[in-house]
Ligand binder design. Structure first.
Ligand code: AP5
Length: 219
């Protein structure tokens, strides 16, 4: 299964992609995580991307398209993948279609998580992650069962993303509406776009996604 999850920052793409990865046994490809790894490694891509990401802008299409093409060629993508954060421009969407067509493949589903902008700042400002295993949490919506201890690995150190400030979230939302939202008509025009209410509780969002994905034709 090859799936794209679309939605603004904080819509729940990463949260849901991880759940679908476990359920269906296909890999999550999160371009934001890939870029953060490049930044942490101090690679040439990371050096270019760091300031752009911290300003809430989009990194160049050329970098992202090359990165994605290399990633989906890896063996763990043979059974399929869940794209979280890509495509983010019409140019990226067209490049994705072209690279899949080259391998006689296509997307099975493009699902938009529909959310209100007003809720997103609260979601993002409250988000934190276990430094050891990467499990995601939220101050209000998903705190660890024991404060200060990761439910999954027992770690005690947590991190917050540098682009999760209220100011940067506002810039990320502008980038979403100006550059990413035009993807929606691109996919709608070819009958591939479906949507799910992303404002309900996380488990309900997962149930709605699974209901769509379980209906897809096999293969
Ligand atoms: P990226 O890492 O992709 O960030 P994003 O799209 O802004 O999305 P987020 O990770 O912030 O949100 P999410 O939708 O995954 O929400 P989450 O599940 O965490 O990109 C970062 C930057 O990298 C970009 O700004 C850009 O610079 C660059 N970049 C990346 N890809 C690029 C590309 N293709 N082209 C160009 N540049 C690119 O949920 C958020 C919080 O809400 C969590 O705490 C969660 O617990 C909580 N939550 C989730 N669902 C619910 C719910 N239903 N109810 C209540 N709380 C919920």
């Amino acid at each position: 299964m090859r799936l794209v999850l679309l939605g603004p920052p904080g819509a729940g793409k990463g949260t849901q992609a991880k759940r679908l990865e476990q359920r269906y046994g296909i890999v999550q490809i999160a371009t934001g995580d890939m870029l953060r790894a490049e930044v942490a490694a101090g690679s040439p891509i990371g050096l270019k991307a760091k300031a752009v990401m911290e300003a809430g802008q989009l990194v160049s299409d050329a970098i992202l398209i090359a990165m994605l093409e290399a990633r989906i060629a890896r063996p763990d993508c043979a059974r399929g993948f869940i794209l979280d954060g890509f495509p983010r421009t019409v140019k990226q969407a067209e490049a994705l279609d072209a690279m899949l067509a080259q391998h006689r493949m296509r997307l099975d589903a493009v699902i938009e998580l529909q959310v209100n902008d007003a809720a997103l700042v609260e979601r993002i400002a409250g988000r934190f992650t276990c430094k050891t295993c990467g499990e995601g949490y939220h101050d209000t919506f998903k705190p660890p069962k024991t404060a200060g201890t990761c439910d999954r690995c027992g770690g005690h150190e947590f991190t917050r993303r540098p682009d999760d400030t209220r100011e940067t979230v506002a810039a990320r939302l502008v980038a979403y509406h100006n550059q990413t939202a035009p993807i929606l008509p691109y996919y709608a025009a070819t009958g591939r776009l479906m949507s799910v209410d992303g404002m309900v509780e996380m488990d309900q969002v997962t149930t709605a996604l699974v209901a769509i994905l379980d209906q897809l034709p096999a293969g």
